[in-house]
Design a binder for this molecule. Sequence first.
Ligand SMILES: Cc1ncc(C[n+]2csc(CCOP(=O)(O)OP(=O)(O)O)c2C)c(N)n1
Length: 388
Amino acid sequence: MSDAPAAGVVLPPRDLDPNLPPELGLYQVLADDGSARAVTQPAIDPTITLRAYRYIKLLRLLDARMILLQRQGRVGFYGACTGQEATPIGTALALAEQDWVFQALRESSIMLVRGMRLSTYLCQIFGNAGDVLKGRQMPSHMSSRAVKQVSWGSCIGTQLPQAVGTAWAAKLRGDRSVATVAFVGDGGTSEPDFHNALNFAGVYKAPCVIICQNNQFAISVRPERQTASATYAIKGRAYGVPSLRVDGNDVLAVYHAVAQALERARGGEGPTFIETLTYRIGAHSTSDDPSRYRSQEEVDAWAARDPLTRVRAHLVHTGLLDDERDELLEHELNAEIGAAIAEAEAFGPPDRATLFDDVYAELPWNLAEQKRELMALPPVPVAHGAGH
Ligand SMILES: Cc1ncc(C[n+]2csc(CCOP(=O)(O)OP(=O)(O)O)c2C)c(N)n1
């Protein structure tokens, strides 16, 4: 069999010259050949590696379950992170408690790593009475003040100026401990907000980290139709923002790069821009069929560098994991997910009176009248778990 890819198949880069500048190179900790070797040796506590594996695995299993629930009509929409888990999980493990996160579509899971209960997280996906957002947001557009994560607005890119502004505000207040982290997809880099945010962050040295998950697609649009730049990371250079490209399928590389960027931010050195090079193994969302625009051969080539198998191989290699412990973990995680779904789905829909909350301190007369009329109506029967 020839090693040459079929025409049009985009394969992951290999054997990049280690002397390339960081915006053009590819920072790795784990080798990408499945050998489980570490190619660089940052001192990473093994408990971080074990937590990274646990959460990537949780997210992989959770995404699969959520897609099934969506297909069954129990969830309205879902944006999976399959194949890209190393970016949110590696980042989450590098954050300090006081940091704020401004997510795009595929980073809600950071809230789980930062302590949100799985059933509370799922209540947001169901949009029910247990949801801290009162059922007002789409699944995968979640947030929680308790874990300092801000909801995504769905307009790609708007979260970036918000994150830079929040970082700048912390700096103006003289609080050196807070940094913000914002995410954007490769498609989002074509939005004006991306450029506004990077420019402002660079000029005012805002303590933030902006992370572009280059998953090779903006729905069906590929990087070569998105940019003529050699990499996304190089765009940061134009704004005077230190930038680097990281292997987004290597959770230890993401963790280490983000931890260093956060340290720079807290040290008063300003922003960092990180491109994490990865691949969206799943569909764009539950409303997409990727077989219309890419081949299975390409998906398989990237799947061979799966972030889950890579960190697993490393843990086995270093004696921290074996098949038996892994099976036990999988069993535990599936049980945890099953119990959390049952707990979350037991909630009914949000109380209709909450429709009038959180906008006015005192309801204007016309809304007060509408509320009275709505509350006088008989209850609407809602099929259990199918109100979406
Ligand atoms: C301002 C704006 N334009 C267009 C869209 C429609 N849209 C939704 S998702 C998407 C692609 C996003 O791709 P990317 O930023 O690479 O993120 P990914 O979904 O791949 O994680 C587009 C164009 C949108 N939501 N907002």
